[in-house]
Design a binder for this molecule. Structure first.
Ligand SMILES: Nc1ncnc2c1ncn2[C@@H]1O[C@H](COP(=O)(O)OP(=O)(O)OP(=O)(O)O)[C@@H](O)[C@H]1O
Length: 222
């Protein structure tokens, strides 16, 4: 398969954050975030451990409610309600679980009922792209941590979804896995709105924008 054959028209998704803030108990994690995430943009969400990168991604995914400010989503130029965002979202993160009791093939067949893959990709093709042919009938719980991470990434990268959130995407990957991630992230990013949280410069080098969470930890002066 060539990269060219993977290109298809992803519906454009835009996110507008206005005065966005998130607080846990008395602690503000970020505050005063105003930014437009354009379709096709790739934004690296940066900051030290505990800065709030995962919290920010979870807020953009609709799983966490902002404490203040607004998040507005639009799909193909039309307003998209936050409760409909999960349908258009693909998300890979260390804290998101796989269905460990299923085999790889069963897991893909189950998962893709709810989160379809891009046109031209099916479970067999994805297994081939992950180089996991020998593990088709193996239980996910028997996978190594690197195999699990490759599976999480493949499910997100090849999902037919315009919003892609990647939290620390090269976690548990060896050098070959990191190269695989770069190849497939590049092959699937056209047209998508990507937010990628990271502490590893090599994994976000291809992003065109950077957002430092620690820049949003006080209310901007008016
Ligand atoms: N559900 C929660 N309730 C209370 N505090 C939370 C909750 N989730 C996260 N926090 C706190 O929010 C802060 C930011 O955590 P977060 O996981 O977003 O940071 P991070 O930048 O992704 O860190 P890392 O680089 O270590 O993954 C931390 O102090 C964390 O303890």
């Amino acid at each position: 398969m060539t990269f060219f054959s993977l290109i298809h028209n992803i519906t454009q998704l835009q996110i507008t954050a206005t005065g966005l803030g998130k607080r846990f108990q008395r602690d503000w994690i970020f505050r005063g975030l105003t930014h437009v995430f354009h379709p096709g943009s790739a934004t690296a969400v940066l900051g030290p451990n505990g800065a709030g990168k995962s919290t920010l991604l979870n807020t953009f995914s609709g799983q966490l409610l902002p404490t203040e400010g607004t998040l507005a989503y639009s799909l193909a130029g039309r307003s998209l309600a936050v409760e409909d965002v999960p349908r258009h979202l693909a998300y890979a993160a260390p804290y998101l679980e796989l269905l460990e009791e299923l085999t790889l093939l069963e897991m893909l067949q189950f998962h893709t009922q709810f989160k379809p893959l891009r046109p031209g990709i099916n479970a067999d093709k994805l297994i081939e792209l992950m180089y996991l042919e020998k593990s088709r009938q193996q239980l996910i719980r028997e996978f190594s941590s690197g195999m699990k991470q490759r599976l999480k990434l493949a499910l997100a990268l090849y999902a037919d979804a315009p919003l892609l959130l990647l939290d620390e995407p090269t976690t548990n990957l060896d050098a070959a896995g990191v190269a695989w991630y770069h190849e497939h992230a590049q092959a699937t990013r056209a047209g998508r709105t990507l937010l990628l949280s990271s502490n590893v410069p090599a994994e976000y080098a291809f992003c065109d924008e950077q957002l430092l969470v620690t820049d949003f930890q006080s209310v901007p002066k008016k």
